[in-house]
Ligand binder design. Structure first.
Ligand SMILES: *Cc1c(COP(=O)(O)O)cnc(C)c1O
Length: 398
């Protein structure tokens, strides 16, 4: 009778972990979801005029204010956003895209496949390491539906490289009367370097650079529920809204309410980082985390007894989910060895499973995302080791 979908402690060091549910929602979003879950709402009802209304009104004005775009809409996730935009603007038409940006984000999201399912013909431009403005210019023609620029979310190309900036690409697209679509992936609304985090262009910057449409996820750096957000020119957004697929990809009332509450928090830029759990965790300092590791080290050692040795280590967290793929954030945690695999299994068997990572035979717990220190201490009292200590240690050495 135990539910299969359970809460876990994400001590993997990847803050936005796709397998572990990505962003943690702020209280305001959770309360908003409870309210609309319990009561009827004006989800698609215009209270002033007493008529049918639009779902997107609950997020559109806020998204426009935050990004400088003319219009905005939301769908199920960013993959859906891309599918919908490409199908609306480029069904049976060409979509020039750099060979350096044909991304795969986990097995189920491969850009060329999404394009094919959207009815578009991918028109590869440039090479893997170098794409120039002229490559795009030569690909533009009467059959072009939209030009796509995708964020290279989980890799970087280094060495002898060249890519085209949004701004110059937008200019060339507009000279040919073709819209520019930018898939930003994570889509930050705040200036990350201001808080000491790796650089990511904000949605507002990309809109200001001339992108006609920008798509990004709700549950990555934004810190909200799973959603795909599309912002850009009003004319294009209204065409996208009329696509029959929109109905199949739309957002439900729970997530819409969570997203709307989240965007309200962004209006107060000074306080947003303390109110959004995901941003707050990303901004914790290594010193803070290391102090916690020092307090917990003897407690964990006491619980593990002779089964393993625990030490405090410096480590590096990553944002995850395709944000700043090469950027690392200084963090700290506990290293438990020997027998990393066996220790990892024991931590996964706790009533709230603890997920760490394995590194060179050690089990590493990055403590960046540990909020409830006391809860962790009582939780690990349940630790049990399946095999007797001697045999497992011997197996490990063998
Ligand atoms: C994560 C990502 C996606 C997919 O977004 P989902 O919200 O997971 O559907 C698409 N494009 C890029 C560049 C991404 O980083």
């Amino acid at each position: 009778m135990r539910p299969t979908l359970r809460t876990v402690l994400n001590l993997s060091g990847t803050v936005l972990h796709t397998n572990l549910g990505r962003a943690l929602l702020p209280e305001a979003s959770i309360e908003a979801m409870c309210r609309v879950a319990r009561h009827a709402s004006n989800l698609e009802y215009d209270i002033v005029r007493g008529q049918r209304g639009e779902r997107d009104v609950h997020i559109e004005r806020q998204l426009c204010n935050l990004t400088g775009a003319e219009a905005a809409m939301v769908v199920n996730n960013n993959a859906a956003a891309l599918l919908l935009v490409l199908n609306t603007l480029a069904n049976r038409r060409e979509v020039p895209t750099s060979r350096g940006e044909l991304i795969e984000i986990g097995g189920s999201f491969r850009l060329p496949e999404i394009m094919a399912r959207s009815g578009c013909h991918l028109c590869e431009v440039g090479t893997t390491n170098r794409t120039h403005l002229d490559d795009y210019a030569q690909a533009l023609g009467p059959r072009t539906g939209v030009v796509l620029k995708a964020h290279t979310s989980n890799y970087s190309i280094e060495g002898f490289t060249a890519s085209v900036h949004h701004q110059s690409l937008a200019r060339v697209c507009h000279e040919h009367g073709v819209p520019l679509l930018v898939d930003l992936g994570s889509g930050a609304l705040i200036d990350l370097p201001r808080y000491g985090l790796p650089h990511e262009a904000t949605v507002a910057q990309v809109v200001a650079d001339g992108a006609d449409l920008v798509t990004f996820s709700g549950d990555k750096l934004l810190g909200g529920p799973q959603a795909g957000i599309i912002v850009g020119r009003a004319k294009l957004i209204s065409r996208i809204r009329r696509n029959p697929l929109q109905r199949a990809l739309r957002l439900d009332k729970l997530r819409l309410s969570a997203l709307s509450a989240l965007l309200r928090l962004y209006a107060d830029q000074d306080r947003v980082v303390s109110r959004l759990p995901t941003l707050r965790l990303l901004l914790r300092s290594r010193d803070d985390i290391r102090s916690m590791a020092k307090r917990l080290c003897p407690v964990v050692q006491h619980t593990l007894k002779q089964n393993a040795r625990v030490s405090v280590v410096d480590c590096e967290s990553e944002i995850g989910s395709g944000s700043a793929p090469t950027g690392r954030i200084p963090s700290a945690g506990l290293a438990i060895r020997p027998g990393g695999q066996r220790i990892a299994r024991a931590f996964r068997q706790l009533s709230t499973p603890v997920i760490g990572r394995l590194l060179k035979g050690a089990f590493i717990l990055d403590l960046r995302c540990l909020d409830d220190e006391g809860g962790f201490v009582s939780l690990i009292k349940e630790l049990r080791f399946s095999q007797p200590r001697d045999t497992s240690l011997r197996a490990e050495q063998g």
